[in-house]
Design a protein around this ligand. Structure first.
Ligand code: SF4
Ligand code: SF4
Length: 248
């Protein structure tokens, strides 16, 4: 039996159909786009809870991840533009003005400092994600964190710690391939459902995309109108944080 047998694993085709139908019925606007991201994140959390239960039962996989563990949060974070807009809205609404302004300054400084660095360079250089809180290493985005972050589950805290302490991005984090199927499906669905509507959709680096959204006037309206806003922070291929040793 594989981990897939007891799970309904999202596929790119199914996720695209769902998203395309949603925009056909509800129309495409800033509001419906953000609602779609919210819906996908809710489905993702349910899927990952199920996937963790199934992989525990069938493969004996136990996630070592916990709030406050952030060795893995020292790398490039790849998102789709809809997720970047969702996170930008979250930052505007979930923080008090002083904390929000400080966070935005931190994100912009990080984006400038790390522009052009790939995931391995950030990992080896211990460039902490700007949302990793200093002191307690909690994720400052929490409910709005990206799909790629939700999917990352390691079965070995000691391997994660060893990779971080030795700055060795090649130490594999043992994980299960099925956790990433959901992320792949929805990242693909954003592209396949939105490109035919004339939008420029491709993987982007999170901090750089947020800096773009805050810098460009009317960023959401322009992007929905087909402007290619994120070309400077476009990722040609999905960047990998560290080597993961995944089982099927
Ligand atoms: S993937 Fe590793 S470093 Fe990241 S939260 Fe899980 S155990 Fe900690
Ligand atoms: S967004 Fe949160 S979970 Fe993702 S890398 Fe940053 S601190 Fe870690």
């Amino acid at each position: 039996m594989t981990a897939h047998d007891n799970l309904i694993v999202p596929t790119p085709e199914g996720a695209t159909r769902m998203l395309a139908r949603y925009f056909d019925e509800e129309g495409l606007s800033g509001e419906t786009l953000l609602n779609a991201v919210d819906l996908i994140l809710q489905r993702t959390d349910v899927f990952l809870d199920d996937a963790l239960a199934v992989t525990k039962a069938t493969n004996g996989f136990e996630s070592a991840c916990a709030a406050g563990c952030g060795f893995c949060c020292h790398t490039l974070v790849s998102v789709s533009p809809p997720e970047a807009f969702f996170i930008a809205r979250h930052i505007e609404t979930a923080f008090e003005p002083e904390a929000r302004d400080a966070l935005k300054a931190r994100v912009i400084a990080y984006a400038e400092r790390t522009a052009g660095m790939d995931g391995a360079q950030r990992y080896i250089g211990r460039q902490a994600c700007p949302f990793l809180r200093e002191g307690d290493w909690f994720c400052g985005l929490h409910t709005a964190r990206p799909l790629v972050c939700r999917a990352m589950h390691s079965g070995s805290l000691s391997d994660c710690k060893r990779a971080y302490e030795t700055r060795d991005a090649t130490v594999p984090a043992p994980t299960m391939a099925v956790f990433f199927e959901n992320t792949k499906a929805y990242i693909s669905a954003y592209v396949s459902a939105l490109r035919p509507r004339g939008l420029k959709v491709y993987p982007v680096e999170l901090a750089g995309a947020l800096a773009t959204i805050w810098r460009e006037p009317d960023a959401m309206a322009r992007w929905l109108n087909g402007d290619d806003l994120f070309d400077d922070v476009r990722l040609e291929a999905r960047e990998v944080t560290r080597t993961v040793a995944s089982q099927k």
